[in-house]
Design a protein around this ligand. Structure first.
Ligand SMILES: C[S@@+](CC[C@H](N)C(=O)[O-])C[C@H]1O[C@@H](n2cnc3c(N)ncnc32)[C@H](O)[C@@H]1O
Length: 374
């Protein structure tokens, strides 16, 4: 049984045995905006991109139709059902002339083209992205470009099974109230390690979490001398709350009464200037009559991201802190204003409505919460 759905400017035939998730619509809209931003940043409106695990092809099709920044799309999916479905959908969307379709295992596919052609590759597997990192970075024979990865193995990344997390991702964590933040940083640490092995430096541009999907968007460049291990380190929970330290300095940390979480990516994972460009683009797409509604939520999401600053790698959840000290939760804006007026850094986390990143100690945060309550 097949049926046709409309998503953005695309018409997509959904066929038996081919994956299509309507809930990932938002995340595909973010992808369109990301691609338009690449075009703007590198000054190229004829990008060559790859939808490397394409299923119905909806991603690559929307990227082409809605970004207006693409010359050619290379689709790939190792499933024969998906291959046929992609061809059907390309005809349905009048894109046969601007597309190439393959049906290989990802590693073979990337090695076939050596990644040379692709300004951008989208890697959207079921579950973890980890098995696909080496196939990608070992076969890229390109000096620089852009990548997007999806990971949906949130159960493991959020530490439901700590042994599995250690085994698969090489990370030890403790229970925190910000496991999605940790999940993003754990994936980035693994991308960093494998990219470094192949002499690539990575520059994270954006990471999102929506509907059980983590998406990481980054730029890579072959430049071994720029690989900086200070990006990697530990978050720790000590007597005065959370802190962080890079692996280069961890020997200096007095680990009495400290619990380490990591190793993981410690630096920013949102490039605010890149996301500002994305935000402008999404406002313009919002004005487009046929697809505006797709971009309304994207604009809102990006605006939340723009007031965050991921240079602080941990988050305090006001609801949890207030519950622990048995006081009512004050408005988050008041807490941030108070912290800033006292000279602390304080940002509202885009991941949690009650999440604050601050360099104030937990003791100081609690003191402030008690004062605000009075
Ligand atoms: C989550 S779906 C992709 C969804 C699609 N990108 C979208 O936005 O609707 C993952 C796809 O990857 C394909 N796949 C899984 N392992 C693969 C591999 N090793 N190489 C190539 N394709 C693979 C599956 O057949 C499946 O269609």
């Amino acid at each position: 049984m097949s049926r046709v759905v409309e998503e953005g400017l695309s018409k997509i035939m959904i066929m038996d045995n081919v994956f299509y998730n309507p809930l990932a619509r938002f995340n595909r809209s973010v992808g369109v905006v990301f691609i338009k931003a690449i075009g703007k940043i590198i000054g190229k409106q004829s990008l060559i991109i790859s939808d490397a695990m394409a299923a119905t092809g909806v991603r690559g099709i929307r990227y082409y139709l809605e970004s207006g920044s693409i010359e050619k799309v290379y689709f790939n999916d190792m499933s024969k059902y998906a291959y046929k479905c992609i061809l059907k959908n390309l005809s349905l969307n009048h894109m046969r002339e601007v597309s190439i379709v393959n049906s290989f295992d990802l590693e073979r596919y990337i090695s076939l083209y050596k990644g040379i052609l692709f300004d951008f590759v989208d890697v959207d597997p079921f579950g973890s992205v980890l098995p696909y990192l080496s196939p990608i970075f070992s076969n890229l024979k390109r000096r620089e470009g852009f990548l997007a990865f999806t990971s949906t193995d949130l159960m493991t990344l959020c530490g439901i099974n700590l042994e599995a997390l250690k085994r698969k991702y090489g990370v030890s964590i403790i229970k925190t109230d910000f496991c999605h933040e940790l999940a993003i940083r754990i994936i980035l640490k693994n991308i960093f390690s494998i990219a470094s092995y192949y002499d690539y430096v990575i520059y994270p541009l954006l990471a999102t979490f929506e509907n059980q999907y983590i998406r990481i968007y980054l730029r890579y460049r072959k430049s071994p001398s720029k690989i900086d291990f200070r990006n990697i380190g530990y978050i720790y929970m000590g007597e005065r709350g959370y802190g962080y330290i890079s692996i280069e300095d961890v020997e200096m940390l007095d680990i009495t009464n400290v619990r380490l979480i990591g190793p993981m990516w410690l630096s920013r994972y949102i490039d605010l200037s890149f996301v500002s460009v994305m935000n402008e683009i999404s406002s313009r797409l919002f004005e487009e009559p046929k697809i505006g509604s797709e971009y309304k939520l994207v604009g809102r999401y990006l605006s939340k991201i723009l007031i965050d600053d991921t240079s602080i790698p941990y988050i305090y959840r006001l609801s949890k802190v207030c519950k622990n000290i048995k006081i009512p939760q004050p408005p988050i804006r008041n807490v941030i204003d108070k912290l800033m007026s006292l000279g602390y850094k304080a940002y509202r986390s885009f991941l949690y409505p009650d999440g604050i990143r601050t360099n104030a100690s937990l003791d100081d945060l609690i003191k402030i919460l008690r004062e605000i309550k009075r």
